[in-house]
Design a protein around this ligand. Structure first.
Ligand SMILES: *Cc1c(COP(=O)(O)O)cnc(C)c1O
Length: 385
């Protein structure tokens, strides 16, 4: 089975991990610090806070921006559940903004309309989380403008977008946001097995996220309420968690970073080949906005079901039978039973639902050879012609 995505581990990655295993630090140590530094250098931002997942990074990002009871967080329905769940962890409420049918990203026009409608009520969002779907940046310039007009904070969920650019700058520079979050799950562009990272240019937010990542405990004299009484002394000044990344993970991340540009370039070559070979099939190919250089986490196609005269499920099953580990990104979050219990209904976000009713993610990852890709194309031709 050719999967839709897959990690790429070489001998240098393995050696980097083994070196840490025989060093003094296994959990958070010098490798984590170095990884954070290298990531912020790469992205052109000030501070990186590494965590054990993007989910935990999103959680402490929301807490650092003081999201709590009575607050609203808005995000895209076309995302992994974690982009919305982080609001619920903080006791806040979630709402969604429908997607742009071209990019499948949170639609800035819809956002503006929804903000206009909510203005003057208590339902304006405190935080908006644009998700850079498939690796392509949202219209951040516009969303940033709206944040100034309506007074909300921005967390970019860039779980798909490490190695991508927006308006010539790396995603993660936080030029149009307060915090940007990355994921290093094996299916994403580079991996630390499990892992995440929150990027910011605001020292106060970085400091707060560092505290929350490790139980709310500090040894920094300037943060304590009184002088340390001895070398053992620390203070808990917030309610935090154990969201730390290990040095083993960070060493893997540092090693993977060396090939990040190569990975993204390879994905672009594969995308070009797909564009070329699939253009005559009854499917809609992914659209690339000129503002953005996508990291190309996914290659989502939309089936022309009317022309195919088959159901979505029939086509999906046929592709799986043909040996393609196709997948579907994403089931709109508001249609999940947990969210339906909060009152969301099918029909609430029609563009995300329409996309979901026809979408399939086909294999795209740096390790996919041209021969394997040709086989993928052959299966697609057979099933779709
Ligand atoms: C993968 C993913 C996450 C969660 O990442 P983890 O590191 O697995 O916690 C969040 N948001 C999006 C859009 C993702 O794709």
């Amino acid at each position: 089975m050719t999967p839709y995505g897959k990690q790429d581990i070489n001998q240098a990655d393995i050696d980097a991990v083994i070196d840490v295993l025989s060093s003094d630090f296994l959990t958070q140590g010098p490798q984590v610090l170095l990884f954070e530094k290298k990531m912020s250098n790469y992205c052109g931002s000030q501070f990186g806070v590494a965590t054990n997942s993007a989910t935990s990074a999103l959680h402490i990002a929301c807490l650092a921006l003081e999201l709590g009871h009575g607050d609203y967080l808005w995000t895209s329905p076309n995302t992994f559940v974690a982009s919305a769940n982080c609001a619920l962890y903080c006791g806040a409420q979630v709402d969604f903004v429908d997607i742009d049918p071209k990019t499948y990203n949170l639609c800035a026009n819809e956002l503006e309309k929804k903000l206009q409608k909510a203005s003057g009520t208590k339902k304006l969002p405190k935080i908006v989380i644009p998700v850079h779907f498939a690796g392509q940046s949202c219209n951040m310039e516009r969303i940033y403008q709206l944040s100034k007009e309506y007074g909300f904070k921005i967390i970019e969920d860039a779980s798909h977008a490490i190695g991508g650019q927006y308006l010539g700058k790396p995603v993660g520079s936080c030029s149009y946001s307060d915090i940007t979050v990355f994921s290093f799950h094996p299916v994403k562009i580079i991996t630390t097995a499990e892992g995440g990272l929150a990027m910011t240019n605001q020292s106060g937010l970085a400091e707060k996220m560092r505290l929350l990542r490790s139980h709310g405990i500090t040894r920094a004299p300037e943060l304590m309420t009184k002088q340390a009484v001895g070398g053992w002394y620390y203070q808990q000044i917030e309610l935090g968690f154990n969201y730390r990344m290990t040095d083993i993970q960070a060493a893997l991340g540092i090693s993977q970073m060396q090939r990040l540009s190569e990975f993204v370039e390879k994905r672009h070559v594969l995308q070009q080949r797909y564009h070329e070979y699939l253009k005559d099939l009854p499917i809609q190919l992914p659209y690339q906005s000129i503002d953005s250089y996508s990291a190309l986490h996914l290659y989502p196609i939309q089936l022309d079901l009317e022309c195919l005269r088959k159901t979505h499920t029939q086509v999906f099953d046929k592709l799986r039978e043909g040996g393609l580990g196709v997948n579907l990104h994403y089931i709109p979050v508001h249609t999940q039973p947990y969210y339906q219990k909060m009152g969301f209904r099918e029909g609430d976000f029609p563009e995300a639902e329409r996309y979901y009713s026809r979408a399939v993610s086909i294999p795209l990852y740096q390790g996919l050879s041209f021969e394997q890709q040709d086989d993928v194309v052959a299966v697609l031709e057979k099933v779709l012609q």
